[in-house]
Design a protein around this ligand. Structure first.
Ligand code: TYM
Length: 336
């Protein structure tokens, strides 16, 4: 069977970009026959970006409820919290010892922090923690612990999956002695929504504060959509559909046919107000059923806890024996 694995960092409330880039394709994959799905809350990764415990706690609940409300069958898939799997942090160390520092120097998130510091005239590494620096190694541990073949992600995570491949290859090479301990993972990116734009046209991201929350009320959804930035062309004037991020968001959720129709209407001069109304109708129809389920789940944290603990037990039943083999591979076997 094919193993599919992905995670979401628990630092905020899920937005349309998380949904289109990761949750929707992952839930669809989990329903394919012959697929073994591993989906988790990346709550250790959250500590890298956030030192507000209340926010992390809220986000973990919200993201857990989101996966289930989006149709994940937790009996069929293995659904867990990263921090419930101690084998992840153990593997993280084994991988840290083969991961090249030069490789991590090239990670986008680290490089962006350095560039911002240098531009601001500060020390290059000001405010950079070892957590931020080693972030891709922890992510490699998530993926390699379960020997995932496929990792559905948005474009921003491709580099991390490639680093996981590099680190896996290195471990196989150094310790494998003819055996490939780790499967080399492939990122799976849906090109249509590889980078869903946010309200201002930049990548939709918690850090840019330009997101459309996935499960807000219909009214809040409408308000968020009304804030999508458009050009100043008036109704009746032809719009440049292909450069419009409103169109890109629409296209991320509509069939090819309705996308083509929507595009044509923009070229024919549909006003932005009408376009926003149509986008609202499209999104609301897709999200309304999950929204109710989501709100109901948030009222039942005990049930979410049970589901996640059961998922962790399933995950550890795989991770524990594998980690024992890996310990042996590096020379940490028992004396007996
Ligand atoms: P995170 O939490 O930033 O994002 C979760 C997923 O959502 C995707 N995504 C987007 N896709 C399209 N358009 C956007 N605007 C957009 N914004 C976010 C991300 O690409 C991602 O797939 N490091 C990861 C979490 C992680 C992980 C892993 C993922 C930890 N371990 C192992 C896969 C495998 C992260 O911070 O994603």
């Amino acid at each position: 069977s094919v193993r599919v694995l992905t995670g979401i960092t628990t630092t905020g409330i899920p937005h349309l970009g998380n949904y289109a880039g990761a949750i929707r394709p992952a839930v669809a994959a989990s329903r394919e026959s012959g697929v073994d799905a591993f989906y988790f809350l990346a709550d250790y990764h959250a500590l890298i970006k956030c030192d507000d415990p209340a926010r992390i706690a809220q986000s973990r609940l919200s993201i857990a409820a989101t996966w289930l409300a989006c149709g994940l069958d937790a009996e069929r898939a293995t659904f867990y919290r990263q921090s419930d799997i101690p084998e992840t942090t153990e593997l993280n160390w084994l991988l840290t010892c083969v991961a090249g520092k030069g490789l991590l120097n090239r990670a986008h998130a680290y490089k962006a922090a350095v560039t911002a510091n240098v531009d601001a005239g500060q020390d290059a590494d000001a405010g950079v923690t070892m957590g931020l620096y080693s972030y891709p190694v922890l992510m490699a541990a998530d993926i390699l612990l379960f020997n995932a073949h496929r990792v559905p992600v948005g474009r921003d995570q491709i580099q991390h999956v490639e680093m996981a491949r590099d680190i896996a290859q290195r471990f196989n090479h150094v310790f494998g002695k003819g055996r490939d301990y780790f499967t080399l993972p492939d990122a799976v990116v849906d090109e249509q929504v590889a980078t869903l734009p946010g309200l201002d046209g930049r990548k939709m991201s918690k850090s840019y504060d330009n997101t459309i929350p996935l499960f807000s009320t219909a009214k809040q959804l409408k308000t968020a959509i009304s804030r999508i930035v458009t050009d100043s062309r008036l109704p009746g004037e032809a719009k440049d559909a292909d450069s419009s991020h409103l169109f890109q968001i629409y296209r991320g959720f509509a069939s090819n046919e309705s996308s083509a129709e929507f595009r044509q209407s923009l070229l024919d001069g549909m006003g932005w107000g009408d376009a926003k109304q149509q986008l609202f109708a499209l999104l609301d129809a897709e999200l309304a059923p999950g929204r109710e389920h989501y709100n109901a789940l948030l009222q039942r944290p005990d049930d979410l806890e049970d589901i996640l603990l059961a998922g962790a037990a399933k995950a550890r039943a795989i991770a524990q024996p594998f980690l024992a083999e890996l310990r042996e591979a590096v020379g940490l076997q028992s004396f007996r």
